[in-house]
Write a protein that binds this ligand. Structure first.
Ligand SMILES: [Zn+2]
Length: 510
């Protein structure tokens, strides 16, 4: 997609006609607090004839200002303790839509700096919200053309950094494209190809595992999920490996497993009664991680190494399909009984995590993550919020807490769930024939602890369980369930959000 082009603007004169912009967008909780007299006078004067000014987004005729347009989008309710920085994002999206509808091509965005710390990233959050508002579906762009809505968006401030925001948005565009696109255009093979093209000429190391024998040997659980897809060449599974390594000394290493189930029929435990619609979005975890790597490749942060494995597979159904009751040995050598073929995401992740575990053994200060649209339970539990479930090492290092704090600042809020001993009792194979059971045979949304206990499965099936607090090589592992946060609006076909890309990037570079 045509890149959204943010520009840092340091000179207040940019608000005037003839200085490169054609609309002034003001996002503020208090017009008087802006400190720009021309805008304050115009807005207060406008209030005399239009009581909406300061209450809802309004366009004012503003001779002398850029494009003669002043759009004021108020941020109300900032003193409410329950509110967060997303208030600014919402107001910015409304202002941007007014500018778009009014025919502006180069808007200048001004966001007031609120005194409360929780709004510290208000300008960056507002800018990213504009990116979210502007994104259009890949299928639509490919059919109807891909012209940028705006030539550029100026950011009048000192607190933001356009280069960082442009890189974040480039990653988010890639993530949304990968997550949101229909299952034939973005099959596993096409997803892998889309990544390879997006990373061309970057500093990233990229490889794609395509060979069936290699997939079945190295990713046995993932290959079981894809077993009935091998017969259709364009539906065959892929594993994409991507690595970013900063020049110079490395002080922290990060490892990401991304769930990329490009279509989830449920497999032999097929989704019924309309439950399959929207299941092309079951690749949001791999998509967000892919986007994160793009952002990293553009900003090249120092001191970090980031390794990602994306498991791309179609959970198809057919005579070759894997079925419930089968016992399959994971890459880590753990014999897994399949409890339900619709709990396929954890199978994909377990093999990816096992490979990352081996790489992490020799890495400096490693942190591992799995990112996935994993469960209906997390949606039932937390609505549209991301949930993280940590192992003991991550909890000791306050990884979840840090992610939560960063998420609050950047408008990507996160809930921290605690892994409990009960979660391990849910993955016992009652027959004793297998080492563990992948899941119960009911939808997670009606299962108690339905989004927490998969983390227990992931720890065991990937071999990460052997890297707890008392182990010789402890490894911090955090499972991130984005089933509720990967898209916004319509539950089936809403816009992908690219969450938790911004929070993970901020965590890595903090
Ligand atoms: Zn499923």
């Amino acid at each position: 997609m045509a890149q959204v082009n943010f520009i840092d603007v340091k000179d207040n004169d940019a608000i005037f006609e003839g200085n490169g912009y054609d609309a002034v967008l003001v996002v503020t909780s208090d017009i008087d607090a802006l400190g720009i007299d021309e805008i304050r006078l115009l807005a207060n004067h406008g209030k005399n004839i239009d009581a909406r000014i300061g209450r809802s987004p309004t366009l004012l005729f503003a001779p002398g200002l850029a494009g003669g347009r002043l759009i004021v989008s108020p941020v109300n309710d900032t003193d409410n303790d329950c509110q967060d920085v997303r208030l600014y994002g919402d107001a910015a999206r409304q202002a941007l839509q007014v500018a778009l509808d009014a025919g502006a091509k180069r808007p200048l965005l001004i966001v007031n700096q609120h005194q409360s710390d929780k709004y510290r990233q208000a300008l960056s959050v507002s800018a990213l919200a504009c990116g979210q508002q502007l994104w259009q579906a890949l299928e639509r762009r490919e059919a109807l053309g891909d012209e940028a809505a705006f030539e550029a968006i100026g950011l009048l401030a000192t607190s933001a950094n356009a280069a960082v925001l442009n890189a974040m948005e480039a990653g988010r565009i890639l993530a949304r494209d990968l997550c949101g696109t229909e299952p034939e255009r973005m099959s596993a093979t096409a997803f892998a190809q889309y990544c390879v093209e997006a990373y061309q000429d970057s500093c990233l190391k990229v490889s794609v595992v395509e060979d069936r024998d290699v997939l079945e040997r190295d990713y046995p659980l993932l290959s079981a999920v894809g077993r009935s897809s091998f017969g259709v060449p364009r539906h065959q599974p892929r594993v994409v490996k991507v690595e970013y390594c900063a020049e110079g000394e490395i002080s922290h290493s990060y490892f990401f497993a991304g769930k990329g189930v490009v279509y989830d029929t449920g497999g032999a435990d097929i989704k019924i009664a309309g439950g399959m619609a929207g299941m092309s979005r079951d690749k949001g975890g791999a998509a967000a991680v892919a986007g994160l790597m793009k952002t990293l490749s553009m900003l090249k942060p120092k001191g970090v190494r980031v390794v990602a494995e994306l498991g791309l597979v179609r959970n198809s159904i057919g005579s070759e399909a894997f079925v419930t009751d089968e016992i399959i040995t994971s890459h880590a050598g753990v014999r897994v009984r399949i409890g339900n073929t619709d709990a396929e995401g954890r199978l994909v992740l377990a093999d990816l995590l096992s490979h990352l575990r081996i790489k992490a053994e020799k890495a400096v200060s490693p942190q591992l993550f799995s990112v996935a649209t994993l469960t209906g339970h997390v949606v039932r539990c937390y609505g549209s919020y991301t949930a993280v479930v940590e192992n003991s090492v991550a909890r000791e290092n306050q990884v979840g807490l840090r992610l939560q704090t960063i998420g609050d600042e950047w408008g990507e809020p996160i809930e921290v769930s605690r892994l409990r001993r009960d979660d391990y009792s849910k993955i016992v194979d009652p027959s004793g024939a297998a080492d563990i059971l992948s899941s119960n045979n009911a939808p997670s949304s009606v299962t108690a602890r339905g989004h927490q206990y998969p983390a227990a499965f992931l720890l065991k099936a990937s071999g990460l369980e052997a890297h707890g607090l008392t182990a010789a090589t402890p490894m911090a592992y955090t499972h991130v369930d984005i089933a509720g946060s990967a898209t916004e609006g319509d539950p089936l076909y809403g816009k992908p959000t690219a969450a938790p890309l911004v929070g993970l990037f901020a965590h890595i570079t903090a």
